[in-house]
Structures are given as C-alpha cells and as structure tokens.
Design a protein around this ligand. Structure first.
Ligand SMILES: Nc1ncnc2c1ncn2[C@@H]1O[C@H](COP(=O)(O)OP(=O)(O)OP(=O)(O)O)[C@@H](O)[C@H]1O
Length: 299
C-alpha cells in the first residue's frame, strides 16, 4: 500500500495534510494520538472517502475508483462497537461472509473457522450481547476474517480490554500476520503495543507522516549494551572501565556504550562478568525505542 501527498479536510478540520507513506508486508502499526487522522485514512483505504488531493494505491488498485474490488479483499474491524447484541456470533460472521458473496454452506463453514481462529470456537453460538468486551473484540476480528481477506485493517482493536485480554489480542494479531499470512494494518494510539507486534510503522502527527518504515531500520543500530547482574555490579563496572569502556551503573544494571560493533561489546561485557563471577540475569543490546523515535521526529 502506498500513499502520496494525501490531503483530506472535514469542514475546517485538516484531518490529513499531505501524508506520504508506504506499507509493506506483515503487521504495520498506524500510530497517532486521538484525532491524528488514522480512521480517516482507513476509510480512504476502503474507498469510503475520497482524498481532496494525493494518490493512494491499495492492493495495486486505486480505492477511489475500485472500492468494491478492494473491499472484497480487505477485512475491516472498526473502532466502535457496532455488533447486534441479540445476534449469535456465528450468525453474524456467516451473514458477513454471505454479504461478501460466499454461498450459504461455505459461509457457515467459514464462520466456524474464523471464530475458532480467534479463540471463540466454544462460544460461537452465544448471543453477542452476553459476551465480555474481550470476546466482542474477537467477534469483530472474526467478522473481518469472514471472507478470507488478504489485508486486515484493525482500528484500535485493544480498546476497552484489560491487560490480560490485551496481551491475548496482540498475540492473536501477530499470529494472523505471521502464521495466517494476512497483512495487517493496526491503528493504535499506543506506542508500546505497536512496538511489541509490528514489523513496520507509519506515525501520523498534524495530518502528516512524521516517521515511517520498518521498525528495525527506524531503530537503527544498537548504541549500547545492557547487562543486569544479581550482585557485584561495581566490580564488573570497574573491570570494564579499567580497559577503557564507557560504563554507567543504575541499581543492578550496567549500561555500556558500543565501541567497534555490538558483538564485540557484548563479548567484553560477558568476559568482565565471568571474570568477576557475578551471577548474570540478562544481557542484551539496547535499541532506540519507538517512543524516542516519536519524540525525536514529532518534536
Ligand atoms: N466525518 C467527519 N466529519 C467531520 N470531521 C471528522 C469526520 N471524521 C473525522 N473528523 C475529524 O477529523 C480529525 C481526524 O479524525 P480521525 O477519526 O481520522 O482521527 P483518529 O486518528 O482516528 O482519532 P481517534 O483514534 O480518536 O478516532 C478529527 O479532528 C475528527 O474530529
């Protein structure tokens, strides 16, 4: 998916103001604070609104002229709850599959499959109104999967979930993007959840794209190595300083600035810890966080 110079005004509100981005395979986070224009952009991807200016390409097509073809290949889970409370989950998902053109029997099978995929196999014949928020979010996901789409658009899919339900939902979205092989665009205002499961990111701010790309590339090379030891922190730090490493200690954590390359630095820290005989709890390269990227680019 690619957008170039996309502009959209609602009355006097500039929802998007020249947004340019490119979204690749896997799971992509569409990040931005409330009102940043995420939902507006998803609506355009679905061909529901037209841009005032700019070009958009989705699955090789222009949504402004090929909306129905695009919608046939996209699954969409909207932000707000729109599920009929009296309907059984299975009936709803089957109905959506039928709307997408599946014959009755295939739609029935597909509804069961989609509900099992989202972990609601046992609950599939329950009325939606009797379900928890977490289960209703899963029903929204199942209806988006009903017609076996090649791209999923999920608008704030963890909204209203408790921390455990959120973890489960994020793991499920990650599985959809990897094991099921369906590309996912996840709209969220939470940096931490995008950082946890996304391969790429598009960050919106003030109607523009403030940063975008593969997360790995945006984070760049590691600038440091962080070790946590159970004891002898100062002794390990002294060993490293003696041979010229730039070291900072905080509690049981030792941060060492990379010199040469990351592997060399990791080896030096590992050696110092072994020499002292300090019990090691963890050792890993330190990367720039998405929050730091966001603050850097938006600031
Ligand atoms: N149909 C509409 N009519 C008028 N204004 C709109 C409409 N849709 C969105 N807006 C305005 O455009 C701006 C961007 O809204 P949008 O819903 O796209 O943002 P968002 O990033 O999805 O935020 P949120 O997560 O809060 O939904 C907001 O100021 C919003 O009030």
């Amino acid at each position: 998916m690619r957008g170039h110079g996309i502009t959209k005004t609602w009355g006097t509100t500039h929802a998007l103001d020249g947004a340019t981005f490119s979204i690749g395979r896997g799971v992509t986070g569409l990040l931005g604070s409330n009102g940043a224009g995420k939902t507006t952009l998803l609506g355009m991807v679905l061909g529901l609104h037209r841009a005032d200016a700019g070009t958009l390409e989705v699955l090789g097509l222009d949504p402004a002229s090929a909306g129905p073809e695009i919608r046939a290949r996209i699954g969409y889970s909207p932000e707000h709850h729109m599920l009929p409370p009296d309907m059984r989950a299975h009936d709803l998902v089957r109905h959506i599959a039928e709307i997408h053109g599946l014959p009755k029997r295939a739609a029935t099978t597909r509804a069961s499959d989609a509900l099992w995929q989202v972990g609601l196999g046992e609950e599939r014949f329950r009325a939606i109104g009797t379900m928890s928020t977490g289960q209703r979010q899963r029903v929204k996901l199942a209806q988006a999967l009903a017609h076996d789409p090649s791209l999923l658009l999920l608008d704030e899919p963890t909204d209203g979930l408790d921390p455990v339900q959120r973890d489960d939902m994020l793991a499920l979205i990650r599985r959809i993007g990897t094991e099921f092989g369906i590309d996912v665009v996840l709209s969220s205002h939470l940096l931490e959840e995008v950082e946890r499961i996304c391969d790429g990111v598009v960050i919106l701010g003030g109607g523009r794209v403030v940063a975008s790309g593969r997360l790995e590339e945006l984070r760049g090379d590691s600038t440091g190595v962080v070790a946590v030891v159970e004891s002898d922190v100062e002794a390990v730090a002294a060993q490293l300083r003696d041979v010229g490493w730039d070291v900072e200690v905080e509690g049981t954590q030792i941060a060492v600035e990379v010199r040469g390359d990351v592997d060399l630095t990791l080896d030096a820290v590992r050696d110092a810890i072994a020499n002292v005989g300090a019990p090691l709890r963890s050792l890993a390269p330190r990367r720039v966080s998405l929050e730091q990227i966001f603050l850097r680019e938006a600031g």
